[in-house]
Design a protein around this ligand. Sequence first.
Ligand SMILES: *Cc1c(COP(=O)(O)O)cnc(C)c1O
Length: 373
Amino acid sequence: MSTRPVFVTKPHLPSLEDFIPYLRQIWDSKNLTNGGPFHHQLEDALCEYLGVKHISLFTNGTLALLTALQALRITGEVITTPYSFIATSHALLWNGIKPVFVDVSPVTLNIDPAKIEAAITPQTTAIMPVHCYGHPCDIADIQKIADNYNLKVIYDAAHAFGVKDMQGSILNHGDLSALSFHATKVFNTFEGGAIVCHDEKTKVRIDQLKNFGHVGEVSVVAPGINGKMSEFNAALGLLQLQSIDLAIQRRREIDAEYRLRLANIKGITCLNESGETQANYSYFPILVGPDYPITRDDLYQSLKDIDIHPRRYFFPLISEFPMYRSLPSAHKDNLPVAMRASRQILCLPIYPDMEAETLEEITEFIASRKATN
Ligand SMILES: *Cc1c(COP(=O)(O)O)cnc(C)c1O
């Protein structure tokens, strides 16, 4: 039996020895935050690595989302997906914006562009899609609708670090993209996040907003927030960036091995990539269909019973939580595809140093389940 417990992910960490010189520099300089040298270095390094023009670092992905909405002065209603982590919609509520849920595509589980238009009202100001599992949304169709109705597009790109399509980084699409560098994500700074934007003026506004709206010592130009990333987190990010390609490569191998071993199990479907030329293999989602001998929840529980902990991302849907469920767009009849997916989805463990035996054990376990009655 392989190591236990097995969680859905295991944070990727550099060697502690390698981090010591960075810490020493912070201790020596006493430069702890407010745009210190590591902050600037990480912004530059990320622009280069990701292939984007401008990036602003944040304390976490949720503050990046909140600030992205502020930066573009989004109000009224925003069209979004119920099939995501709760922070996507919470960022709207914190801005006093009404989320309008639109169903997802059964193939990608990303927002279904064909259903967006019907949800637009005179109050709609933006679309906030999610590149779920790092698989790109239907970017061209979303942009066409946004252009027709003069709407902004803010991507929740928390899963999409390093993902590229034919045009390069998918973070270059839409008006803004928000990233998360939380411990559970592909690239982590323990806690952290960022906004990607495409012009200097927007970058200046975002940087003001994450520092209380301050411009200089005595001038405040906007009701900003404290969203600044500290030097500790930025230094960690610089170090993590050195091994990110290797980490993604390892994920790629694990992803391929899972697909091979799960290919012929009746009732199990692996979610496919959706047009990326470079994926990040951040999650390994499977759908447990009605043809499988036991239910998704029974499979989930029986894996937990042997100390393997997959996650039901995303169950329940955001639209099922108490602060959202009374919205007209939250009704389950409006979201049949997302409802079905949330009842079938299971994200299997995937992380760079996952042992081959662990993967074998998981796939053999899934292959050997029998109906119980
Ligand atoms: C992780 C995540 C967030 C929030 O990011 P934090 O850095 O944890 O605040 C937002 N949206 C999605 C889709 C996420 O997965």
